[in-house]
Design a protein around this ligand. Structure first.
Ligand code: 6GU
Length: 242
């Protein structure tokens, strides 16, 4: 996979070179380029923004600068991702979809976002996805791009340490749509808190049942919206008792 990220704060993207993803980049399994948007600015002051038509607070990022950048870094076949709190909700399903693309380009805006014509123009030749990572407002798209890139690249073969953890996690494709159960490791007692005895029993059926009950209880308490969306066919009699 190839990743290009365009930002006026390229140093914000430094975490992409850390950890498992950083290893994949260093080994050449992922091609990563981070670009400073100001490279495409043309005036003396390298300006990238201007006041909004119609008035109002904040600044809007200039279409000429962004279009020149995307012309250069998003060739035919690329998918352009524009992080914005006004975007479609980003989800595990979106991450799985993006993980199947050859080339992702992230256009990180600051201020009040990009002139909408940047999106309209780029969409004439490549797919453009405006995505939001949640219902809160960040100062810019950089951190959202980091979130999307981490969620996508950990699904690529050979990027995540353990490929199975990508399918068993709460929102993974092989999951029942429940939050994960709590996990424990040694010691068996820590600051007066014991590991639930069933996990020490060696009874694998009982352990599986306990984990499922804990997942159901946790999901019901924390994410009733997910319980409402569960396929009733995936629930057994013991589930209904929880
Ligand atoms: Cl993708 N960008 C910004 N700036 N704020 C956000 C967001 C994205 N998603 C949620 N809040």
């Amino acid at each position: 996979m190839r990743l290009d990220v365009v930002s006026i704060f390229p140093e914000y993207l430094a975490p992409l070179r850390q950890s498992l993803l950083g290893r994949a980049v260093a080994d050449g399994r992922i091609q990563l380029e981070v670009h400073d948007l100001r490279r495409w600015a043309t005036d003396r002051h390298r300006s990238v923004d201007d006041t909004p038509y119609g008035g109002g607070a904040g600044m809007v990022m200039r279409p000429d600068v962004w279009a020149a950048a995307l012309d250069d870094v998003a060739p035919a076949g690329a998918t352009v991702v524009v992080p914005t709190p006004a975007g479609h909700p980003f989800s595990q399903a979106t991450a799985a979809d993006l993980a199947r693309r050859e080339h992702l380009v992230f256009a990180c805006g600051r201020y009040e976002g990009l002139d909408q014509r940047v999106v309209l123009d780029a969409a004439r030749r490549v797919e453009v996805l405006e995505l939001s990572i949640g219902d809160y407002v960040l100062a810019g798209g950089e951190v959202a791009a980091l979130v999307v890139i981490e969620a996508v690249t950990r699904l690529l073969p050979g990027v995540l340490g353990n490929p199975e953890s990508a399918v068993t996690d709460s929102f993974g494709e092989g999951s029942p749509g429940l939050l994960e159960h709590p996990a424990y490791t040694r010691p068996v007692e820590f600051r007066g808190l014991a590991v639930p005895p069933v996990l020490l029993s060696g009874n694998h059926a009982a352990i599986a049942r306990w984990r499922r009950d804990e997942s159901l209880r946790r999901t019901a308490r924390r994410r009733p919206d997910l319980v409402a969306r569960l396929d009733p066919a995936t629930l057994d009699a013991a589930d209904r008792a929880v």
